[in-house]
Design a protein around this ligand. Structure first.
Ligand SMILES: C[S@@+](CC[C@H](N)C(=O)[O-])C[C@H]1O[C@@H](n2cnc3c(N)ncnc32)[C@H](O)[C@@H]1O
Length: 250
């Protein structure tokens, strides 16, 4: 299980919303072209993190439910989307993406920024696909780091900003089922002192055809590997990408 701790969640909230800013317009464009999107059906954001993406979807007019394992991340999500929660348009719930059920109808289910790689194994991934399928959305769109992409995790990197010093130690060898990253950070607090945090995260490193087979076994019929460049353009060689976007439809 990989629920982010409070120290890491605070830094995530402050520093790592950029991916959502890039992804949101592309997901919105995709969803608006579907009948469910045109009917403004709600979106389920699985492993929603600090709610960066949820907020952008809410701003675009779609009700959103976010689900995440980490209460610390959910607290940021609730804060980031406070007015939409008050209006009854946003809900954030704690849960495990590999074993969940949520009330309501969702036109689209999304999961972004390595979240599916965070599940512990292929069995958990398949369970997740089944839980999503039961909701009967128009599509489930998620990204995954490929084994090629995870090669960039190998090694040590240090980044230093005025308010954050971050040391990443990554290990991934081809053939291993997971890549691991140990993050040690020092983040500046309001009183000027630095708080230390540690987080160890893993990414599942599985062949994409295994992912496809797990989706097919879970009842998804149309599975496409794409990139953010164009969610409609199928990739001929998805394993050559560092990150793919998977579009699964019933
Ligand atoms: C890299 S963050 C991505 C957050 C968000 N989707 C985004 O785009 O910024 C991964 C998130 O997955 C959550 N997570 C990891 N394992 C999970 C699980 N089994 N069920 C639900 N959430 C999980 C973590 O707590 C974290 O918030």
């Amino acid at each position: 299980m990989q629920a982010y701790s409070s120290g890491f969640a605070k830094v995530y909230q402050q520093k790592w919303g950029n991916f959502s800013a890039v992804v949101a317009p592309i997901l919105l464009h995709f969803y608006r072209e579907t009948p469910s999107g045109q009917e403004n059906q709600p979106v389920l954001d699985l492993c929603c993190g600090a709610g960066h993406l949820a907020r952008l979807l809410l701003e675009a007019g779609f009700p959103v439910t976010g689900l995440d394992l980490s209460e610390a991340m959910l607290q940021h999500a609730r804060e980031n989307c406070r007015e939409y929660i008050e209006q009854g348009k946003a809900h954030f719930i704690q849960g495990d993406a590999s074993d969940f059920a949520v009330e309501g109808k969702f036109g689209l289910v999304v999961s972004t920024y390595d979240a599916m790689n965070h599940l512990p194994d292929l069995e958990a991934l398949e369970n997740c696909f089944k839980c999503v399928r039961k909701l009967e959305p128009t599509a489930f769109v998620f990204d995954m780091n490929t084994r090629k992409g995870l090669k960039r995790w190998n090694g040590i990197s240090i980044s230093e900003e005025e308010d954050l010093m971050l040391i990443n130690r990554g290990v991934y060898e081809e053939g291993l089922p997971k890549a691991w990253m140990r993050l040690t950070g020092f983040s500046k607090q309001e009183n000027g002192s630095y708080e230390r945090f540690e987080e160890t995260v893993h990414n599942l490193a599985v062949p994409l055809n295994w992912v496809k087979e797990a989706l097919l076994r879970s009842g998804w019929q149309k599975i496409r590997f794409t990139t953010l460049r164009d969610l409609k353009q199928d990739l001929a060689e998805p394993e050559n990408e560092g990150r793919v976007f998977v579009v699964a439809e019933p």
